[in-house]
Design a protein around this ligand. Structure first.
Ligand SMILES: [Zn+2]
Length: 246
């Protein structure tokens, strides 16, 4: 994986306008990882995919993450700040061990894999959260047995799916990053899910809008082409801008 050049990032941004968040993430990673094909990127476990997005975020915009959430109790805006390293979970347990993807709950035995971007896309199509969650879990079950006999994945008890969900979280802790927030005005505490895709895309949007403006100003003043301006280092672009802005 490589950091994107300004020209590459602007192309990804333009390409992804009107695409879903998921497609944006895949397009971005495909541009950053020429060594991987799109299908391989789609099939990455979510935690691995998100760790790559965090790494890209750090390369492109630094490691400081600042965002605002609204207190669910009093609607007061609460600003939170993290560093990329705070959101990176420790290395995963040994995913290669033969029983990592094998779960036994009383008489049930499951073989499963971790959810990937296709599974998330399918889950997002469901309106009901519970149906989406269970559908996601079932998609990842490769084989289910009950009392040593193959059994229907659709009829697994809720308790078995719950255990499966917890095992998946343990195996792929980077997939769901939660943060504890405390409201400064009413002291209400709550947890939020950190969504790297929308966070990173907001950065990219801001960056692209600024870049278009920069290209416009420099081209108008110096007559340089868009390509020439994109090829300048960020420091030079900033310095030339400083010279022409009042
Ligand atoms: Zn509050």
């Amino acid at each position: 994986m490589n950091p994107l050049t300004a020209a590459e990032l602007l192309a990804v941004w333009e390409h992804s306008l009107n695409k879903s968040q998921l497609e944006k993430a895949i397009t971005l990673l495909a541009a950053a990882c020429p060594e991987m094909d799109a299908e391989a990127i789609i099939q990455l476990p979510i935690g691995e995919r998100d760790a790559m997005l965090l790494q890209l975020r750090e390369w492109m915009f630094g490691s400081r993450l600042v965002n605002t959430a609204h207190c669910p109790q009093c609607t007061e805006p609460v600003e939170w700040e993290n560093r990329v390293a705070d959101l990176s979970t420790p290395p995963k347990p040994d995913l290669n061990s033969s029983d990592a993807f094998h779960l036994k709950v009383s008489e049930y035995e499951l073989h499963f894999r971790l959810p990937d971007s296709n599974d998330i896309a399918a889950a997002l199509k469901k309106n009901d959260d519970q149906a989406a969650r269970n559908g996601l879990l079932r998609r990842c079950i490769l084989e289910a047995r009950h009392a040593d006999r193959p059994c229907d994945i659709g009829s697994l008890p809720a308790a078995v799916l719950e255990k499966l969900s917890r095992r998946m979280e343990k195996l792929d802790p980077q997939a769901e990053i939660r943060m504890e927030l405390t409201c400064p005005s009413c002291e209400h505490q709550w947890r939020i899910l950190f969504d790297i895709i929308s966070f990173l895309w907001a950065d990219i949007n801001r960056w692209a809008e600024n870049m278009i403006l920069t290209i416009h100003e420099l081209a108008r003043k110096y007559g340089w082409s868009e390509t020439q301006i994109l090829e300048l280092s960020p420091v030079r672009r900033q310095m030339y801008l400083g010279l022409i802005r009042p």
